[in-house]
Design a protein around this ligand. Structure first.
Ligand SMILES: [Zn+2]
Length: 406
């Protein structure tokens, strides 16, 4: 697929230039460079990147395994040719009582409203975070996850593709790299982290240009309340769009045009059955769920961004469609949603689906690489195709020597 499109495109361009370069726009069918980029995503590479992340267990924040995962992520991004940097901050957890309240189960009991809004319907099963090491049957993995978290300094890694004509403006493409629950955090959120890393790989290839900048951010401390994303905003919001040094053409913090977050990308097996079990197979009607938050200050702009992703899915995703919903919640796009257009991309809606027990691996010891089938990984790849297509269009991606835009 990847080879065919690239080869054909190069063939057409080479032939036309050889015969009569000025007539190219009229005589050759236009090549969509974004389609070529989407074709450079690779199913096996996506799976391998998820697998690579799972070598660090659940990557819980404030542990050596979390720090080792950050180092590994940064090394991969550098090897793709995407220049990296880090945000440093300090994390001091709230006293246990307050922390429990902050993430507590909204939408339970008498309330008919899910977290983020929306009405849970149908069969619901209990959800929660596993804190019992003995629930992890794999002794090696249990040992890997044993070191407890300690308060203190934290870091998160990002890398940046600088725009050619508008380096001062950027889209942020994010996922959280931390997890918990005594598994491998393969789906939550190895699946989103791998997606962002794959996009960084494709956009960083030497023949790819974008008019605007793209930042690929791997947030830490999402599971404790999005403290990594909040630290980024606190440190960088006021730096947006400033050229530094003056006259250099460099913009360390381009103006934020939008934030697209990826959190749990692979498992859409449907609602729990009456007996509380879940289908072992990806449901044939699985979809990519793009959510904005209708109660946010930037709701109108965020909705517009959500539909850009939906259109990109129609155009570029090979297997699974996308749906737009209005109840984005509980992920790193939340801290951005009153500031800039912000959406999340997921396997299901976070509030009414995942919050009702549609993903039995969620924060459990079963969230390991071996749990998932190729159909699950393929949903993640389709989300990658969706976001790559959208961001390629939004940032004016072109390929040197291949095709033309329009
Ligand atoms: Zn998550």
């Amino acid at each position: 697929m990847r080879f065919t499109i690239a080869t054909v495109a190069i063939g057409i361009a080479g032939l036309t230039i050889g015969v009569a370069a000025p007539a190219f726009a009229q005589s050759a069918p236009p090549v969509d460079p974004v389609q070529v980029l989407v074709g450079r995503l690779d199913f096996e590479k996506y799976k391998a990147t998820v697998k690579g992340l799972t070598q660090f267990g659940d990557r819980r924040q404030g542990t050596d395994r979390n720090r080792a995962a950050n180092d590994w992520i940064e090394a991969q991004l550098k090897s793709y040719g995407c220049p990296t940097d880090r945000i440093k901050y300090d994390y001091q957890p709230n006293p246990p009582a307050a922390a429990g309240g902050a993430r507590g189960g909204g939408g339970r009991g008498a309330s008919p409203t899910a977290q983020g809004g929306g009405r849970p319907r149908g069969i619901r099963t209990p959800t929660g975070v596993n804190t019992d090491p003995m629930k992890q049957p794999d002794e090696k993995l249990r040992a890997l996850n044993m070191q407890p978290t300690t308060p203190g300094p934290r870091e998160l890694v990002y890398c940046t593709k600088v725009g050619t004509t508008h380096p001062e403006e950027m889209y942020i493409v994010g996922a959280h790299m931390d997890g918990h629950g005594w598994g491998e955090a393969a789906n939550d959120d190895g699946s989103g982290t791998a997606l962002v890393m794959e996009l960084a790989r494709v956009f960083s290839q030497p023949d790819v240009q974008t008019e605007r900048t793209i930042r690929f951010a791997l947030w830490n401390n999402e599971e404790t309340g999005t403290q990594g994303a909040r630290a980024y905003i606190a440190q960088r919001q006021d730096q947006q769009g400033k050229e530094n040094p003056a006259g250099s053409g460099k913009y360390p913090e381009p103006k934020w045009l939008g934030m697209i977050q990826h959190d749990m990308m692979m498992f859409d097996h449907g609602m729990p059955r009456a007996d509380g079990t879940i289908s072992p197979e990806q449901r044939p009607e699985a979809d990519v769920n793009i959510e904005f938050q209708v109660s946010s200050k930037m709701a109108a702009e965020s909705q517009k961004l959500a539909w850009v992703l939906e259109v990109a899915n129609e155009k570029y995703a090979t297997d699974y469609p996308a749906s737009v919903g209005s109840h984005m919640t509980n992920t790193d796009s939340g801290p951005f949603m009153d500031i800039i257009p912000a959406v999340s991309v997921r396997e299901n809606e976070r509030g009414v689906h995942i919050g009702s027990g549609w993903d039995p691996q969620w924060h459990q010891p079963t969230d390991v690489f071996a749990t998932y089938s190729d159909k699950d990984f393929r949903l993640g790849l389709n989300a990658a195709q969706t976001t790559l297509g959208a961001v390629g269009g939004l940032t004016g991606a072109t390929l040197k020597g291949v095709g033309v835009r329009d």
